[in-house]
Each structure stands twice: as structure tokens, then as C-alpha cells.
Ligand binder design. Structure first.
Ligand SMILES: Cc1cc2nc3c(=O)[nH]c(=O)nc-3n(C[C@H](O)[C@H](O)[C@H](O)COP(=O)(O)O)c2cc1C
Length: 177
């Protein structure tokens, strides 16, 4: 079971990246992260039959194609999906690597809402891309701040860790069925 994870935050001390790495710590087997910060802005002129996609795009597509499942962890910005993450997904729409790929969407926020708007929007975009949303593996994590150790940049809250373990179990099970 090869898992590929994407973080919607480029911030060095991102709470969502901490959630992402904590989730990956709980998974058996190879797990990698994709660098989506280096992707160019999506432009259909750079894609399609008569164009060679930019190198970072080809790298992302190969990583997604090689993965058995995707984990997307993201903050919410202005009740929406961070542009950097939507940009990455836009590069994957027509190339098809996400088709029937099991995907978990986790959003974490310092607020009680847990990034619910971004979570719903991400699921809708991925559903349109014909990814297999593993609903039992999706989470909206509220009040994330004190649940993370800033030194280790990992989740330390026991209940959140237990829930992440359950979520990853559902994702990996869906990927191996
Ligand atoms: C421009 C901006 C807009 C934000 N909008 C929201 C929002 O709509 N909902 C929310 O829950 N948090 C919002 N936040 C707060 C983020 O959830 C918070 O900064 C979080 O720590 C960012 O995730 P990260 O730690 O993974 O970088 C916003 C933050 C910024 C900088």
C-alpha cells in the first residue's frame, strides 16, 4: 500500500502538515509527500496533446499514478480551498491519475468549524475528478493549535491521534480492497 500525501499549506510550521505527518506515522508501508509549491499556475495551453507538461507537473502526475491512495490535508482560507492546492488538483483533472483513486480529505483549523467549507469543496472537486472519496477516512479537526507539539511538529492529543489512526485504517483498507 503506497500512500501519497498532499498538504494544502506551504507554511514552514503548518499545523496541517503536522497532522499530515502524524497520520503518515500511523500507516504501515511506504508513504511520501508531494511538493505542490513548485507547480506553475494551471494553464491548459501548457497541457494537452500538443504540449509537454512542465517538469513539476509530470513529477506530480507520476507520484499520484504510483500511489494506491491519496491523503489530502489542508487548511481553509476565506471559507475556501488554498489556491496552491486547487492549482495542484486542476493539473490532475484531465490527466486522470485520480480516477477511482481512494482519497481521504482532512482539514484542520484553529477554529471550531475544523475547515468544514474547504473540506466539502475538496471532496466535491475530487468527486468531480472521479476519485473514490473514502468518507470514513475524512475528518474536520477543530481547535488544532494545542493538539500539536510545536517542537516535534506532530499531533500529541491522544483523542485526535486515535481518530487519525481510525481514519488511516479506513483509507488503507479501501486501497487494498
Ligand atoms: C488568509 C487567511 C484566511 C483564513 N481563513 C480561514 C477560514 O476561512 N477558516 C478557518 O478555519 N481558518 C482560516 N484561517 C486560519 C487558518 O486556519 C490558520 O492560519 C491555520 O493555522 C492555517 O493552516 P496551517 O497551520 O496548516 O498553515 C485563515 C488564515 C489566513 C492566513
Amino acid at each position: 500500500m503506497r500512500l501519497l500525501a498532499l498538504s494544502g499549506s506551504l507554511r514552514a510550521r503548518s499545523s496541517n502538515s503536522a497532522v499530515l505527518h502524524s497520520a503518515l506515522d500511523l500507516v504501515d508501508g511506504p508513504a511520501t509527500t508531494a511538493d505542490i509549491g513548485a507547480l506553475p499556475h494551471f494553464n491548459p495551453d501548457l497541457d494537452g496533446e500538443d504540449a509537454t507538461p512542465p517538469a513539476p507537473v509530470a513529477t506530480l502526475r507520476a507520484a499520484v499514478a504510483a500511489a494506491d491512495a491519496l491523503l489530502v490535508v489542508s487548511p481553509e482560507y476565506a471559507h475556501g480551498v488554498p489556491g496552491v492546492l486547487k492549482n495542484a488538483l486542476d493539473w490532475l483533472v484531465s490527466s486522470g491519475e485520480c480516477v477511482h483513486k481512494p482519497v481521504a480529505v482532512i482539514t484542520a483549523s484553529p477554529f471550531p468549524t475544523g475547515g468544514d467549507h474547504a473540506n466539502a469543496q475538496l471532496r466535491e472537486t475530487l468527486r468531480m475528478m472521479t476519485a473514490e472519496i473514502v468518507t470514513a477516512a475524512c475528518r474536520e479537526i477543530p481547535a488544532i493549535g494545542p493538539k500539536i507539539d510545536p517542537t516535534t511538529e506532530r499531533v500529541t492529543d491522544e483523542a485526535t491521534l486515535a481518530d487519525l489512526r481510525t481514519a488511516m485504517h479506513h483509507l488503507t483498507t479501501a486501497a487494498t480492497e
